[in-house]
Design a binder for this molecule. Structure first.
Ligand SMILES: [Fe+2]
Ligand SMILES: [Fe+2]
Length: 497
């Protein structure tokens, strides 16, 4: 809650903006938009909780005013547009951040419910203008979005609010597949919730506090249920690789991959719960290794390397010292201990008694190896292409991944996993959108075209099926090679949120 005299979060955001004279263009719009979304969400929440005259409401309205006016002054335009799952501010698409997830989706929902596609701020609005607009959006009149939109327009006219111009929402063909959008939404919620719960637990272990294991169990069950109902949505989300949040997104990704793999390897639902818990905490021991060593970009000294290589041991100890330790399946400890051992036990730690890695450890080792090699981290600024990692895991026995597990993994992800950036024989560029359901056609996935043959970037681009033929025996498009999206200025994650 905001106390008088103390700036609210959004306010601090806008003050930061005022102190950012050097920041211009897209970077400025991104920061300003974040502050706007926070203020918009905060004002709505406060209006719901307190009467209009309340100081808290007034404060958040002031924040909203300040940010909008600042945006207008610096950019000379201020336009919010909603399209499908995206929010654009002055034509810059905002990145969905795991931290701003709730405010981001609240704004999206408000716009959608009211059938508003675009909100343009024409001139510096007054507090009253915002109150009229938000008041209506929170209590709209009408049974569907079109009716509600008409109602909002009338309300703005009748109350002489001229600071805003609104335009209706236009849903594209692709987005009208309601069920599909719903499944994607659900997957995103599950993913964001999983990352924040994992963050909580890992941070408490780091600080030696007790963690809420029941909550994390529910998270893992949520992932299992979602994968059993719809495998592709969650697996697709593992391509959002958030650099700062690597520790947490890595844990969640390994958990998702492991559960999807376990399912393909015929594990039961209960076994998948256990496997998921083990996968989510496979690296818990890293919480006990100094962060400077974990994040070091340079070559490690012997001593530092020993510290990293001790994380499997620390993992076992950390799991033993968790308060509700009995809630952790015993296999979690084995997975934490064994996941770097490699199939021929040449990895670390050198097992004194281990004869063979446990099955769960083999699954987690495969998921872990893939996610680690394809992610960007402080010491790996250029991640490997997903398809090369898969080929390497399959063909190089020194990687130490079990061949049966790798085979199942390739069947799950396709030869070109979702998120792979590819160059086509038509000179178009694309991002693999989904695996071809026909296992005979693993090299012909569904691809989202993100740049045409002349190099014009397309957003959100259209999805094509590489199995489509122009005439019998002739495919319309074929992958020539994979490439580094950075070289083309494309951020793969932008096409998946
Ligand atoms: Fe590890
Ligand atoms: Fe790991």
């Amino acid at each position: 809650m905001t106390t008088p005299g103390r700036p609210s979060i959004a306010m601090r955001g806008s003050m930061a903006l005022a102190a950012m004279p050097g920041v211009t263009g897209e970077a400025y719009v991104r920061v300003a938009s974040r502050a706007f979304i926070l203020a918009f969400y905060g004002t709505m929440r406060n209006l719901r909780l307190y009467p209009f005259e309340n100081a808290v409401v007034q404060q958040s309205l002031q924040d909203l005013l300040l940010i909008t006016n600042e945006l207008l002054r610096r950019e000379s335009e201020c336009e919010f547009r909603v399209a499908g799952e995206f929010i654009f501010v002055n034509n810059t698409r905002l990145r969905l951040d795991l931290d701003n997830y709730s405010s981001f989706s609240a704004l999206l929902t408000q716009f959608r419910q009211n059938g508003v596609g675009t909100l343009r701020v024409l001139s510096a609005p007054a507090t009253r203008d915002w109150t009229v607009l938000l008041g209506y959006m929170m209590n709209p009149q009408g049974t569907d979005a079109i009716e509600r939109f008409g109602g909002l327009r009338t309300r703005l006219d009748e109350t002489n609010v001229a600071a805003f111009e609104i335009a209706p929402l236009v849903e594209s063909d692709e987005e009208q597949g309601g069920e599909q959008v719903e499944a994607k939404e659900k997957a995103k919620r599950t993913y964001a919730r999983s990352v924040s719960a994992t963050k909580e637990v890992i941070n408490s272990v780091r600080m030696g506090q007790s963690a809420n294991i029941k909550k994390i169990k529910r998270v893992v069950q949520g992932i299992v249920d979602q994968i059993l109902a719809d495998e592709t949505s969650l697996v697709g989300l593992t391509t959002i690789r958030d650099y700062d949040d690597y520790t947490f997104t890595h844990s969640v990704n390994v958990c998702i991959f492991s559960i999807a793999l376990g399912r393909r390897l015929a594990l039961t639902r209960l076994q998948l719960y256990d496997l998921g818990m083990a996968a989510l905490f496979h690296d818990i021991g890293k919480a006990r290794v100094p962060a400077e060593i974990i994040n070091k970009a340079d070559v490690l000294t012997d001593e530092e390397w020993r510290a990293i290589a001790s994380h499997p041991w620390h993992g076992v100890l950390a799991l033993f010292s968790v308060k509700d330790q009995h809630e952790f399946p015993y296999r979690s400890m084995l997975v934490a201990f064994q996941h770097h051992m490699k199939r021929d036990l040449t990895g670390y730690p050198r097992g004194l008694r281990t004869k063979e890695m446990m099955f769960y450890s083999k699954i987690v080792a495969c998921a872990d190896g893939f996610d680690a090699a394809t992610s960007r981290r402080s010491y790996q600024t250029v991640p490997m292409a997903p398809s090369s990692v898969l080929a390497e895991m399959r063909d190089n026995p020194r990687r130490g991944i079990d061949p049966v597990v790798v085979k199942a993994f390739i069947n799950l992800l396709g030869i070109y996993p979702v998120g792979t950036f590819v160059v086509l024989d038509t000179f178009e560029l694309g991002i693999v959108h989904a695996v071809n359901p026909d296992p005979e056609l693993l090299s012909r996935p569904m691809v989202r075209i993100v740049s045409d043959d002349l190099g014009n970037v397309q957003f959100p681009g259209t999805v094509v099926n590489l199995a489509d033929r122009t005439e019998p025996g002739v495919f319309a498009r074929t992958i020539i090679k994979t490439a580094d999206p950075d070289r083309y200025g494309i951020r793969v994650g932008d096409y998946f949120v």
